[in-house]
Ligand binder design. Structure first.
Ligand SMILES: [Zn+2]
Length: 475
């Protein structure tokens, strides 16, 4: 078993908390495994009861850590867990956010073991949600657990918001934030739902992409038609959908929806130089993903294409006969799920309208085509020089002994923009999963080293934030 504990003479965190962490290591590992066993898949209605179970699991642990005002907030869809530990008068208040819902586990056959029967083996937690994002919730809880065990009071005031709809657009949380502004008052928001950089280099994420998710439905007739009797005389919805999808994005990686790039904040030469300086190994990235070749947007590097540029992808398509053998039909209908990843300052609603209009324009006659908005969230961009970002950088540097990098991430955490725009909080994206964690894919895993070190970074970060004093973080 690898030992992650720090020797007392080089201990980057309070030595009393370090020794508590050593003693509690099996307990926090068991907690993560127990939590990851709950199939809290937010997008599947049959898992609604599991969403409540997961919320109650978190709430019970917050209570056990001495949190007050703990509440499992019922919403129109999945619950939100709220709680606070405000025991440091005069110290800054941090709003801590993670999510306890997970992506669907399919395709199940590609998992080594069942996705909701997680295990810890050879230094890895494996199971749906261990990295995204349950492991990170447990790191926050474990940091507090060790502080309590060491007889310490958290040196900053902590307000927790853990939600169950992050993988489904965070709609309930958005509706809840505005009327609860007072309970959410803080100096800074800390979001732990990101990870380290390629090669597992400690990182702080300063930019996230937004998202706009839609569905395209192509309808021909109430039932499938005989392709011998009708073929050639009617439009085929699957062919029509293929033509529509092909029109959305060119082979150069450029999205062809008119107006799509209008609001994009241009990268400066400095931005591009900073991205180019990151230790990104394209060949290793390709090998890791197992794809035959990487494709970027023409004129941009692979790293820019996957983090700092907007893009569009088909997430799924279905139509007609897909079984073994042959069935000669013209499908009655065809469908595609399409999502765009957006950058600052693209507006998801505006991008959707542009997509809808363009689909209507390129759709062939002979079929009825509708485009429906599913969910969306804005991109975010946080200043690297903010004192809270710098405090997080010091915590990472102390625990890992290396300089953390400031990165842009291609994924989306829609709530980031809400914390920024509705609550007026600076947001620090401090997450701990390793980049090859298979988030949203089979065999999702979290390195125990990241779990252990991340817990220590959180302990150190609260001390760093406390040392700024109440006034320092500011908006
Ligand atoms: Zn996540």
């Amino acid at each position: 078993m690898t030992d992650f504990a720090f020797a007392p003479q080089s201990c980057p965190i309070d030595p009393a908390v370090e020794s508590a962490l050593r003693a509690l290591r099996p307990i926090r590992a068991a907690a993560l495994l127990e939590f990851a066993r709950i199939p809290s898949v937010s997008t599947e209605p049959r898992h609604s009861p599991d969403m409540v179970t997961a919320a109650e699991w978190v709430a019970a642990r917050l209570l056990g850590l001495g949190a007050t005002d703990v509440e499992v907030v019922r919403t129109n869809l999945h619950p939100i867990v709220y709680g606070r530990i405000h025991e440091a008068p005069g110290a800054p208040t941090a709003l801590v956010y993670c999510h306890f819902d997970v992506q669907p586990p399919d395709p199940l056959e590609l998992w080594e073991t069942a996705p909701f029967e997680p295990f810890l083996r050879d230094g890895r937690f494996v199971g749906r949600g261990v990295a995204d994002d349950k492991g990170q919730i447990v790191m926050h809880l474990a940091a507090l657990e060790a502080m309590r065990a060491a007889g310490r009071t958290p040196p900053v005031n902590l307000t927790f918001v853990f939600e169950g709809e992050e993988e489904f657009g965070s709609e309930s949380l958005f509706q809840w934030i505005e009327p609860n502004r007072e309970r959410l008052a803080a100096d800074v928001a800390i979001i732990s739902d990101t990870g380290y950089f390629e090669g597992n280099v400690p990182a702080i994420t300063i930019a996230l992409r937004g998202i706009m998710y839609a569905q395209i439905d192509v309808e021909l007739s109430p039932v499938d038609l005989h392709s011998g009797m009708y073929g050639g005389a009617v439009e085929n919805p699957a062919n029509a959908l293929a033509r529509i999808v092909a029109a959305l994005k060119g082979p150069d990686g450029r999205v062809r929806i008119p107006g799509f790039y209008d609001d994009v904040v241009a990268l400066t030469d400095d931005d591009r130089a900073a991205i180019a300086a990151l230790p990104f190994d394209e060949a290793a990235f390709r090998a890791e993903t197992g794809v035959p070749a990487l494709v970027g947007e023409t004129g941009w590097t692979i790293l820019e294409s996957k983090t700092a540029r907007p893009t569009l992808d088909v997430n799924g398509m279905w139509s007609g006969f897909t079984g073994d053998g042959a069935k000669t039909i013209i499908p009655a209908h065809a469908h595609a799920k399409v999502s765009t990843r957006l950058v600052a300052n693209q507006d998801p609603a505006r991008v959707f309208a542009a997509l809808r209009d363009y689909v209507a324009e390129v759709a062939p006659p002979g079929v009825a085509v509708t485009t429906t908005y599913i969910h969306g969230g804005e991109a975010s961009l946080t200043p690297a020089e903010h004192p809270a970002t710098q405090a997080a950088a010091r915590a990472l540097r102390a625990v890992h002994g290396v300089e953390p990098v400031l990165i842009r991430e291609g994924g989306s955490i829609p709530v980031t923009a809400a914390f920024d725009k509705v609550l007026g909080l600076p947001v620090v994206l401090l997450g701990f999963s390793q980049p090859a964690c298979n988030a949203h894919a089979p065999n999702e895993w979290l390195a125990e080293a990241n779990f252990e070190n991340g817990t220590r970074v959180i302990v150190r970060f609260w001390d760093e934030l406390a040392s700024l004093g109440a006034e320092a973080p500011g908006p």
